[in-house]
Design a protein around this ligand. Structure first.
Ligand SMILES: Nc1ncnc2c1ncn2[C@@H]1O[C@H](COP(=O)(O)OP(=O)(O)O)[C@@H](O)[C@H]1O
Ligand SMILES: [Mg+2]
Length: 260
């Protein structure tokens, strides 16, 4: 098994315009990612989110709630899968143009879920093989076949959790739009980064958001922190933004460190 691996997740909030109702990628961000990664080690797995690719359809057709038998939903499943795959191709295409060899791992083709947080028969070989060949496996949040409710949304955050358990990476980084987990409302100018997120911090964040409707079909920040806490049992785990990614990869950490 490859030594000293690192795992990065590019959130839908950073690679796409998450507020858009139609798929809208952020090309400048893809360029920045390529510039940061092109002279770095290749012993890496990349996971990405969906943002405006997939999320709006998933919400409109209640894909996270399972199959409802309607023709509209059937079409929506196909369309959502097509969109997230398209985003994956955009990212991988750019990385390849920068000389970084990648291999897509498409969850709807090789992963089944048992509920949104459990992947059955994780296809480890699909990651091992490219890693051995010096390629970067690139996987993403997708619509999976689900053993309980027919279909489900498998988020990139949950895939990260499984990868961390298997590979025990030396570092796991969630890259999102904000520079870390923020105190209070993140959009508030005075809001500051919470440097260390422990179980107490998570409890108070959960309470803070408890009464609000979770708008992200995969649980948004609260779900991400639960995944990050599990990941932290196997790996040093950070949440940061693109401005600090390069430093983090080089061991100069900025953002929020998550501990179990
Ligand atoms: N306290 C907070 N600190 C940081 N982000 C927050 C906070 N509260 C809510 N958020 C929201 O959580 C989002 C990150 O979760 P998510 O949308 O799942 O990200 P991603 O698309 O990167 O997976 C941010 O874009 C932000 O809108
Ligand atoms: Mg998310």
């Amino acid at each position: 098994m490859p030594e000293d691996i690192i795992i990065l997740k590019f959130g839908g909030s950073v690679i796409t315009d998450k507020k858009s109702e139609i798929p809208k990628v952020n090309h400048k961000v893809l360029d920045r990612i390529c510039n940061i990664l092109k002279d770095k080690e290749r012993n890496m797995i990349i996971v990405h989110g969906a943002g405006s690719y997939g999320h709006p359809i998933a919400k409109r057709y209640a894909l996270a709630e399972g199959l409802n038998g309607s023709q509209e939903q059937k079409k929506a499943i196909k369309e959502a899968r097509k969109q997230v795959h398209e985003l994956n191709q955009l990212l991988c295409g750019r990385l390849q143009e920068s000389g970084i060899e990648t291999k897509s791992v498409i969850p709807s083709q090789s992963m089944r879920t048992r509920g949104s947080r459990k992947i059955e028969n994780f296809p480890v070989h699909e990651f091992d093989k490219p890693l051995k060949e010096g390629k970067i496996p690139v996987t993403f949040g997708d619509v999976t076949e689900d053993l309980i409710q027919g279909i489900n949304i498998l988020s990139g955050d949950v895939i990260m959790m499984e990868l961390a358990r298997i590979y025990e990476p030396r570092l796991t980084v969630f890259v999102m739009d904000y520079p870390g987990v923020m105190k209070g409302r993140p959009e508030d100018e005075k809001s500051e980064i919470i440097p260390l997120v422990d179980s107490e911090t998570r409890e108070s964040i959960k309470k803070y958001y408890g009464e609000e409707r979770i708008t992200d079909v995969t649980g948004g920040l609260v779900g991400k922190l639960e995944c990050a806490a599990r990941i932290a049992e196997h790996s040093q785990c950070w949440i940061t933004n693109l401005d600090h990614l390069e430093d983090c990869i080089c061991g100069d950490f900025h953002g929020s460190r998550v501990i179990p």
